[in-house]
Design a protein around this ligand. Structure first.
Ligand code: PMP
Length: 356
């Protein structure tokens, strides 16, 4: 029986990639010297950086007018680096779509005034916002995919200010039209590689000269490794991106992710025991929150699933319930197994109800 983890992050990585890393761990460029022991200034590591950058540019169609920065501190550090670096008027607009967007806007408040914009839900259940509310600000911030709530934007109207996207839980999982954004940032630990690496894709003309501590200044990181980066995570990320390219790129990933989420949602829609917590077009392709409606029963299901080799199906600690994260490395069989196990739990629950 294979085991699957539905963790929201760090999430599953492709088995093939991990096997390859295991095989090469003790010999990177030289026999007996690991990538972990290799200098970030070495020629061989520079090949990793160059390949990583080239692959991300190809996969996401990122033009040269954008710089790629490989940072640490998670997506969370970007919550403050962003307003620190992009402020002019010291006014920012944030769409409040859930817990991560709230954390982002709370950090921005240290650097200026924040206009909080509420999302609009249309008749199909799609998620958008009123563009006229994002005026006279340095930028508008959107969380493209809400990892905890399981929702995503279906429409981003044009605005006159740069749009900044937190794409931590949907980068490489669905097409993102990079050129519509001033900056896109994401922690690596869901669809890119191990934790400890954050990618920032930023339009070069937005990088300004600021009086900031050196690491916190975007300009320090442009076209150079400013300090020792997360070398092992970058090495693994490069291999994961190769895997994504081999699978057919982001387009193929999106097709697969749609299929997986549809499998799970179509079961949840007709289940007598489980209920999905999001409806309509704004359903995330990668994070599916659901519940049995009863805290103890949710816990029983998690235990039942663990016994069947399905791990990490609990909702985020702030909201409880259940959640399945189906990132790129989760194969279709992982979604099918989840449905089978939910069905088995449902049958067992129905039987025990009939016996009362
Ligand atoms: N934004 C989103 C959408 C997230 O899902 C997460 C983490 N799950 C974060 C930000 C925070 O990321 P990190 O833990 O890398 O700081």
């Amino acid at each position: 029986m294979s085991t699957y983890t539905y963790s929201a992050g760090p999430g599953m990585l492709p088995k093939e990639v991990m096997q390859e890393i295991q095989q090469h761990l003790l010999s990177f460029e030289h026999e007996g010297v690991s990538i972990i022991e290799t200098s970030h200034r070495s020629e061989s590591f520079q090949h990793v950086v160059d390949a990583l950058e080239a692959r991300l540019r190809r996969l996401m169609y990122i033009p040269e007018s954008y710089a790629l920065l490989w940072l640490q501190g998670g997506a969370t550090l970007q919550f403050s680096m962003l307003p620190m670096n992009l402020r002019n008027r010291n006014r920012f607009a944030y769409i409040d779509t859930g817990i991560w967007s709230k954390k982002a806007l709370e950090d921005a408040r240290h650097f200026g005034e924040v206009n909080v914009i509420h999302p609009i839900i249309d008749e199909t259940g799609g998620m958008s916002f009123e563009p006229s509310l994002a005026q006279d600000v340095d930028y508008l911030h959107v969380t493209l995919n809400n990892t905890i709530e399981g929702t995503r934007f279906t429409n981003i109207p044009d605005v006159d200010v740069p749009v900044i996207a937190d794409a931590s839980s949907n980068i490489l999982a669905e097409r993102i039209d990079v050129e519509r954004f001033g900056m896109i940032y994401a922690g690596a630990q869901k669809n890119i590689g191990p934790a400890g690496l954050t990618v920032v894709i930023i339009r070069r003309d937005l990088i300004q000269s600021m009086e900031l501590p050196s690491y916190l200044h975007y300009a320090s990181h442009v076209d150079t490794l400013f300090n020792t980066p997360s070398t092992f995570s970058m090495y693994v990320a490069e291999r994961v991106l190769k895997w994504v390219e081999d699978q057919g790129g982001v387009e193929a990933m999106e097709r697969l992710n749609r299929e997986k989420s549809e499998r799970v949602y179509s079961f949840l829609e007709q289940s007598h025991v489980f209920t999905p917590l999001v409806s309509g077009e704004r359903r995330s392709l990668t994070n599916i929150p659901f519940t049995t409606g009863d805290r103890d029963r949710d816990r029983n299901f998690q235990q039942f699933a663990r016994e069947h080799g399905l791990l990490e199906l609990g909702g985020h600690r702030s909201v409880g319930g259940l959640r399945a994260s189906l990132y790129n490395a989760m194969p279709l069989e992982g979604a099918e197994r989840l449905v089978d196990v939910m069905r088995a739990f449902e049958e067992e629950t129905n039987v025990s109800h009939q016996n009362i």
